[in-house]
Design a protein around this ligand. Structure first.
Ligand code: UMA
Ligand code: ADP
Length: 454
């Protein structure tokens, strides 16, 4: 238990999470000292009761008794190193949220993974609310957990948790933890792939036999996490999900159909085509995970058949932004790594691909089996030439520099091919070289398409 009252609280990072922390601590502490490395963010804080002081300076940091850290701040940030040196407690938003809400009659589903977190989080929320079960959604999906309103007598909190947030959690013990998959991502933040994996694994570390872990074991490293949990003395009940392996007590997919075998009765739920408009095998994985989750909270197979088809997917994830008889244009701006890009490339033929931005620590050879379905590519941002040097021997490539040019070139190219084609914007890279985030990038892409085609 943390005691905030009568304490001087330091806050680093004044983005969405930092502001949510200010709002929480304004009535829950003695004094707030805030800092952001960006001047513009510091200047935006005009609240009288908050002091903005450079916490990189020891004399300022020494006034702080508890240091709140925003998720984007790397563990090797100077302020965090100094705080450790002076034994100042460091806390993130998930632990405060846990302290605030776990004493009530609430239940908690936490979702993590390298890809598919937001889709699974939103789908679980959709199914629970459709079945009239109280639930609230937040976390990395875009609503800081400290902004979530408590107050309902019993509520299910559905929280998307990033590896950044999970890196430093101390007390969180979800009733249900879900791992969608694991592949390399955010290595620059964590320092190594091993540290990235162990941050995700933290989500399961306090769970015991009263709790549930749902794990998609199709990625090698998620299987390893699952096996480590199985080998623990104190452990949660595990539901394994797989598209490749035959498993007991699970929700599984066979020959186009989804089956419920959670209590060994092997009941057909429905043909996947009747359950969803979402495309791609990865979405089948997301659906199996989500069904396994909501069944535990009482949603029936009948309700799943009724409500699942109205989940339309999230913006910027394989979002169809244009369609005519010959051409589809798809915005997949949220594909910020090669794994999420590959699942998109797997969905189409005759692809005119737009990609690029800030590369992750992954290898282009991961996409070698997709080369035959790509007709041409236009690359953007700081990694454009790296893409061209790998893919240039396989299909037509051009450095378009930015999205505006890429959209224009791609649409012109599509006019010259006879087959039905798809312009796929699946960048496989982070957006920060040219945009604030993936959402701004996706909106810009869709606007350019609209400008050009209307
Ligand atoms: N900052 C510093 N010093 C630094 C780094 C950042 O001062 O060294 C400051 C920036 O100037 C900025 C602030 O910190 O003013 C930003 O804080 P933040 O990066 O922690 O971001 P928030 O605005 O608080 O948003 C965070 C999540 N962002 C990150 O983890 C990077 C959002 O996820 C999340 O929706 C939000 O909290 C609410 O929970 C975004 C994300 O990209 C979508 N997440 C990553 C992902 O999904 O891959 C993990
Ligand atoms: P996250 O919140 O983990 O980033 P999203 O649901 O927002 O996941 O999807 C991010 C990207 O990953 C999108 O491009 C989407 O098409 C792709 N994706 C979604 N689910 C999966 C999955 N299970 N495996 C691989 N890629 C996925």
């Amino acid at each position: 238990m943390y005691n905030f009252k009568n304490k001087n609280i330091g806050i680093i990072g004044l983005g969405l999470t930092g502001i949510s922390a200010i709002n929480f601590f304004r009535s829950n502490s003695k004094k707030i000292i805030a800092w952001d490395d960006t001047k513009e963010k510091r200047n935006n804080i005009i609240l009288n009761e908050i002091e903005v002081l450079d916490l990189n300076l020891t004399k300022n940091l020494k006034q702080v008794e508890l240091l709140f850290v925003s998720p984007g701040i790397k563990p090797n940030h100077k302020i965090l190193k100094l705080a450790k040196k002076y034994d100042i407690n460091i806390i993130g938003d998930l632990d405060i949220f846990w302290q605030k809400e776990s004493k009530n009659n609430n239940k908690f589903i936490f979702i993590t993974g390298s890809n598919g977190k937001s889709t699974v989080t939103a789908l679980i929320h959709h199914l629970l609310t459709s079945a009239k079960i109280n639930s609230t959604v937040g976390g990395n999906i875009g609503v800081p957990v400290l902004n979530l309103k408590s107050g309902l007598k019993s509520n299910i909190f559905i929280i998307e948790a990033s590896s950044f947030q999970l890196n430093s959690i101390k007390n969180i013990k979800p009733n249900m933890s879900i791992l969608t998959n694991i592949s390399p991502d955010h290595i620059d933040w964590h320092g190594s792939y091993e540290d990235y994996i162990s941050a995700k694994e933290n989500l399961f570390s306090k769970q015991d036999s009263n709790d549930i872990a749902i794990i998609n074991i199709d990625s090698e490293d998620a299987l390893k996490v699952c096996n480590r949990i199985k080998n623990r003395k104190v452990k949660p009940n595990i539901i394994q999900i797989s598209l490749n392996k035959k498993l007991k007590n699970t929700i599984y997919f066979k020959e186009g159909k989804v089956f419920d075998n959670l209590d060994n009765r092997n009941v057909l739920i429905a043909d996947i085509k009747k359950l969803t408009f979402l495309i791609g095998q990865h979405n089948v994985e997301n659906i199996l995970l989500s069904i396994a989750s909501v069944k535990h909270y009482g949603v029936t197979n009948k309700q799943i058949i009724k409500y699942l088809p109205s989940f339309k997917g999230l913006r910027h994830r394989l979002e169809l932004v244009y369609k005519d008889s010959k051409l589809k244009i798809v915005n997949d701006s949220k594909a910020t790594n090669l794994v999420s890009c590959k699942v998109a490339l797997n969905c189409f033929e005759n692809i005119i691909w737009i990609a690029g931005g800030i590369r992750k620590d992954d290898k282009f050879s991961y996409l070698k089996d997709n080369i035959s379905s790509i007709k041409a590519a236009y690359f953007i941002g700081e990694s454009a030439d790296e893409f061209i040097s790998y893919f240039g021997d396989h299909f037509y490539c051009k450095n378009a520099k930015n999205i505006k040019n890429a959209v224009k070139y791609a649409i012109n190219y599509s006019k010259n091919i006879r087959e039905n084609s798809t312009i796929l914007f699946s960048p496989a890279c982070a957006s920060y070289d040219q945009f604030l985030n993936y959402e701004e990038r996706g909106i810009y892409f869709s606007n350019e398409v609209n400008k050009y085609l209307n």
